[in-house]
Design a protein around this ligand. Structure first.
Ligand code: PRT
Ligand code: ZN
Length: 288
C-alpha cells in the first residue's frame, strides 16, 4: 500500500481527485475523513493542508504527495531537494511574483533594497534577495497579502499570481516573476520498498496516459486543397491527417487530425489565414 498526501480542501483538491479518478482510483468516503483507503488501487490517501505535505513526504510518513511547485520550493531551505519531483501534472498553474503599487518606480530587483516585502513565501523571497545581494524586511503574512501596501504594513508584495486580477483590484502591478509553478507529484527520496516502487510505477503509467489524452486534441476544418501543405506545417505535433473531399467538383477538402499539443489562438488564426474555415478543436478522452 502506497500512502499519498493530497490537499484536504483548496484549489488543488478537486483536480487532484479528478485526476485520480481518471486513473481508475476512487475515494468513497466523506471529505471530512482524513485518512482512507482508495478503491481500485493499493493506495491510502491522507488529506492535509498543502504546506504540511513536503515534510510528510520527506520524513516517509507519506510515500508520495501532490502539491504546487511553489510549496515544495518554500519548504526547501537548503540546497538538497527535500523530495523527488516525479511528474508535473499541468494544473494549478501560477507564478510567484513581486508586485508594487501602480505608481511605484520599479527599476529592477535592486528597487527592493531596504523595503518591506509582504509575503507568504519568506524562504523563497530570502533566497531571491541573497541571490541579488539585497537586504529587505520580510513581513510574513499568511493570507490577503495584496492588502499589505494599502494598510502600510509593507511597500511591496511577493505573492502567487494567476490571472493578475487580484493585483489589479488592489492597485498593484506585477514587477518581477520569481518562479512559475504547477502541481507536481513528489516522492520520498529514501523510498526503497520494492513493492511500493512497483505500484508507484503503475500509478505513474496511468497518470501519463491521462495527461497524454488531455494534451491530444481532435481538429477538424475545411480548407482549399491547395492549402493542405501549409496547414500541415501549422498544426503542432500532428500525425498524417485524414483528408476528405467536400462537394463533388469543389476544390475544398475536410481535414481531420489528432494533434499532440494544445492549439493556441495564434495557431487558430494562422489556420484561418491559410484559408481554413469551420475549425473545430475537440478534447479526446482516451488514447491508445
Ligand atoms: O489550506 P491550504 O494551506 O491547503 O491551502 P492554501 O490556502 O495554502 O492554498 P490554495 O488552495 O489557495 O492554493 C493551492 C495551490 O494552488 C497553491 O500553492 C498554488 O500552487 C496553486 N495556485 C494556482 C494558486 C493560484 N493559482 C492562485 N491564484 N494559489 C493561490 N492563488 C491565489 C493567490 O494567492 C492570490 O491571492 O489567488 C490570488 C491571485 O489570483 P489571480 O487570478 O487574481 O491572479
Ligand atoms: Zn497552504
Amino acid at each position: 500500500m502506497i500512502r499519498m498526501g493530497i490537499q484536504k480542501s483548496g484549489r488543488l483538491t478537486d483536480k487532484t481527485l479528478s485526476l485520480l479518478k481518471k486513473c481508475g482510483i476512487e475515494l468513497n468516503w466523506s471529505k471530512n475523513k482524513l485518512l482512507g483507503q482508495a478503491q481500485g488501487f493499493p493506495l491510502e490517501l491522507l488529506m492535509v493542508r498543502d504546506d504540511d505535505i513536503p515534510k510528510l513526504v520527506e520524513s516517509g510518513v507519506c510515500d508520495l504527495g501532490i502539491i504546487g511547485e511553489n510549496v515544495l520550493s518554500e519548504a526547501t531551505t537548503n540546497k538538497e531537494p527535500l523530495c523527488l519531483k516525479l511528474r508535473q501534472l499541468g494544473y494549478g498553474k501560477c507564478r510567484l511574483s513581486f508586485a508594487a503599487p501602480k505608481d511605484f518606480n520599479w527599476q529592477g530587483p535592486s528597487s527592493l533594497q531596504d523595503l518591506r516585502v509582504a509575503t507568504s513565501y519568506p524562504n523563497i523571497v530570502k533566497k531571491f534577495l541573497t541571490q541579488y545581494n539585497l537586504s529587505a524586511k520580510i513581513v510574513e503574512i499568511s493570507g490577503s497579502v495584496e492588502l499589505a501596501p494599502a494598510l502600510n504594513i509593507a511597500d511591496v508584495v511577493c505573492d502567487i499570481v494567476s490571472t493578475g486580477s487580484t493585483l489589479q483590484a488592489n492597485g498593484l502591478k506585477e514587477t518581477k516573476e520569481i518562479m512559475q509553478s504547477q502541481s507536481i507529484v513528489i516522492q520520498n527520496p529514501n523510498l526503497d520498498d520494492h513493492d511500493k516502487k512497483k505500484n508507484i510505477d503503475r500509478l505513474l503509467r496511468r497518470i501519463d496516459g491521462v495527461l497524454k489524452a488531455q494534451n491530444n486534441k481532435y481538429v477538424m476544418m475545411n480548407a482549399p486543397r491547395a492549402a493542405l501543405q501549409t496547414i500541415k506545417e501549422i498544426l503542432p505535433g500532428m500525425e498524417e491527417p485524414s483528408v476528405m473531399p467536400l462537394d463533388e467538383g469543389s476544390d475544398k477538402i475536410a481535414i481531420h487530425a489528432v494533434c499532440q499539443e494544445d492549439l493556441f489562438w495564434e495557431t487558430m488564426e494562422k489556420l484561418k489565414e491559410a484559408g481554413a474555415s469551420s475549425v473545430l478543436v475537440v478534447p479526446i478522452e482516451k488514447v491508445i
